[in-house]
Design a protein around this ligand. Structure first.
Ligand code: DGY
Length: 323
């Protein structure tokens, strides 16, 4: 029997590509350029499985065609708001993602951003590299203490819980939670966490706010001008979820006016393009979407996609089916 034809829309870790090649007829993307909608449309017409990532905008228009060959979109990544779930469903296309495997590393990057912005690590490194450091002195680059403060987590799924684990057990932080559904009290008590009903009641209580909710239209600009105003002027905002969750023009304004103390961003609404309002703001740390980027995790994500594909082509329900 012919091997199923699968397309990797970006370059993947070599060992995962080799692993997939044992069972599948693999087409890769050696140039590693993101695909445009014409290329994605053609892919849905000609491959049995397409393995997209966050850089592939699989919107309604991409599905709006006849003669689609594709049966499964096995996404490389946990977030899948870049895939129009309704359009996939209406076309009987299965969608899977890669949860769990990246929770620890994404929480590590959120911790990195939190520590960097509170302790002014980015500013300090820039000063040192510019040869502008005058040496130690008692009033040099004073930051904010992290240990013992209150961390508010929006979105208490696996990544949010890993963040709580690090912050609570590693840094003695008090954890507040905001989540659409009610979290099992046993899970909350594991981290000494308290869940609050509304975002607006929760924001004024936090010294740090870390976003771990899904992206997409439901949460677009969840953090807007009004909500930034509800935060303490001494508070910091961290985003490792999706760029669209924050109105970044409103954030730039709040940072410039010192309405909040600082922010750490790993994700951006139109990445890799960065809103120029954010350029040059000192109390802002920015990373290029590094949340899951460790060798262990990126290989693990690829193998998880392979498991989902194997189940699908064996006629079983893939473990990580989301559509
Ligand atoms: C994820 O897994 O969602 C990462 O952000 C990469 O897409």
């Amino acid at each position: 029997m012919a091997k199923p034809r699968i397309l990797l829309t970006r370059k993947w870790p070599k060992q995962v590509e080799q692993h997939l090649a044992k069972r599948y007829d693999v087409t890769g993307n050696p140039s590693d350029q993101p695909m445009d909608s014409t290329q994605l449309k053609a892919a849905l017409r000609s491959f049995d499985a397409v393995l997209p990532t966050v850089t592939d905008k699989l919107d309604d228009a991409v599905f709006d065609q006849g003669n689609m060959q594709v049966k499964i979109l096995a996404n490389y990544g946990v977030g899948f708001a870049h895939i129009d779930s309704d359009a996939a469903k209406n076309n009987n296309i299965v969608v899977t993602n890669t949860p769990e495997i990246l929770s620890e590393c994404t929480a590590d990057i959120a911790m990195t951003l939190m520590l960097m912005v509170a302790r002014r690590a980015g500013e300090g490194e820039r000063q040192l590299r510019a040869g502008a450091w005058q040496g130690w002195h008692p009033t040099h680059m004073i930051g904010s203490k992290v240990s013992g403060k209150t961390l508010g987590i929006i979105g208490f799924g696996r990544i949010g819980q890993e963040m709580a684990r690090r912050a609570h057990f590693g840094f003695g932080m008090k954890i507040l939670v905001q989540n659409r559904s009610t979290i099992d009290p046993e899970i909350l008590s594991e981290y000494g966490a308290t869940q609050l009903e509304s975002v607006d009641d929760f924001l004024p209580l936090c010294d740090f706010v870390s976003l771990h909710c899904p992206g997409g239209s439901a949460n677009r600009h969840l953090i807007n001008r009004q909500r930034l105003d509800l935060m303490k002027p001494t508070a910091f905002l961290i985003n490792t979820a999706r760029g669209e969750v924050i109105d970044d023009s409103a954030l730039a304004k709040a940072l410039k006016q010192k309405d909040i103390a600082g922010a750490g961003l790993d994700v951006f609404e139109r990445e890799p393009d960065i809103n120029q309002d954010l350029a040059g703001i000192e109390n802002l740390v920015m990373l290029p979407h590094l949340g899951s980027s460790t060798a262990e995790t990126r290989i693990g994500m690829g193998l998880r996609v392979a498991d989902n594909l194997d189940a699908f082509f064996d006629g079983c329900e893939p473990k990580d089916r989301v559509v």
